[in-house]
Design a protein. Sequence first.
Length: 461
Amino acid sequence: MRNKFTILCTSIFLLHNTFIDAQCFKKVSTVWDTNIALSEDGTIWEWGSNNSGQLGLGVSNFQDRNTPFQLTTSNDWKNVISYYRTTMAQKNDGTLWAWGSGSNGIFGNGSSGITNYIYVPTQVNTVPYDKIFKGFETSFAIKSDGTLWGWGYNSDGQVGVGSSPFNVLVPTQVGADTNWQHISGSLYHTVAIKTDGTLWSWGANGGGTLGNGTTISTSLPVQIGTGNTWKDISSSSHTLALKTDGTLWGWGGNSYGQVGDGTTVDKIIPTQIGTDNDWRQARTSNESSFAIKNDGSLWAWGRNEGRLGDGTMQQKLVPTRVGNSYEWQDIECGGSHCIARKQDNSIWTWGYNNRGQLGNGTFSNNFIPTMIKGPCSLLGTETAITSFQHLKIFPNPVSEYLNFSKEIKNIKIYDINGILVKDVQNINNNKINLSSLDTGVYVIEALTSDEKIFKEKFIKR
């Protein structure tokens, strides 16, 4: 009876997530404990905290959601951004839409105040921006002419238009330059890269967050050093930046070792992290850091308490490997959780989960990377990454023999946590006996006789 109940629960869970797994999330954004994802088909998905209506569920609905759900049926979205208590999205026509709290003017529509809420996606701007970027409670956009525009919370000049007003209520041009490329904002300061590879910052400068060699704040953009090979940036209480040569640099607050130089001393200028030159992406969290190398390995350091994903609570002062996978594609982190995508487009989360931000159907914390969405597949169909063929598996669920519609050479089977549980080589058959597997949900990776890779989710009963 117990096994039947387990099978039933597993089947219900999988059916609930079948439609979700049909989606390929090409971007996920988070800044605190709310998440928004953009699917390959142009639809929006959300989960996590809804304490200010930032999930867009309507008036008087402030319920948190612990699994991804589709927001509206519109499929013409091209960019999504999650802020502290606000969500913003951009349509293909460049217009901006927002929902949640607009207390600090972050809607950019001229409104503010503690009662300023939008409960469903609502257009807030008609200007066709080329790109939009997040701060914590500030927002930035670049037009097609390369000009930079900012609005929202400006307590320390973090919008970049001067020390006043306290809240910038409408998009306001930042300087007169026309060569802005990438912006990363935090709660009190902002860092940016221009198309010429130079690095700029403005806002509060406690702990050297501006990286300009001082601790003096500025409300207008100032250049950091003279280098012109900066490639990517991510900023919170500290900043991580990549150069075009693959080296990684950090500066700012370092009380938990989040800069990654082996100390807990704040850094007021960019400081190289180690000597490796094979870094591909770096992201900051609340006093923590994460980075992915060219080989697909994931690394973390700084404040831990379970958020680094290594299964421990100990802070790390230098980049430390997370797990053994070489398949990580990109990562985004909130206040105390992370969302990462592997090369097969599966989505993995870890960290704190008090608002359902892990998206795993619970409100329980989980301190190691765990898959919440499979590799873009539906049961019994091909995955998005193997669209060159129509390989089928059956029956599904399976109790003993799993059959394939064509001959299989090798297979690997992973459990729902991504752990390899079965590796069989030289099968050269179109079926395999899985009776030894425990009841549960698995992902199978099969190599066909014609050297094609197929990935699919199945239930073992």
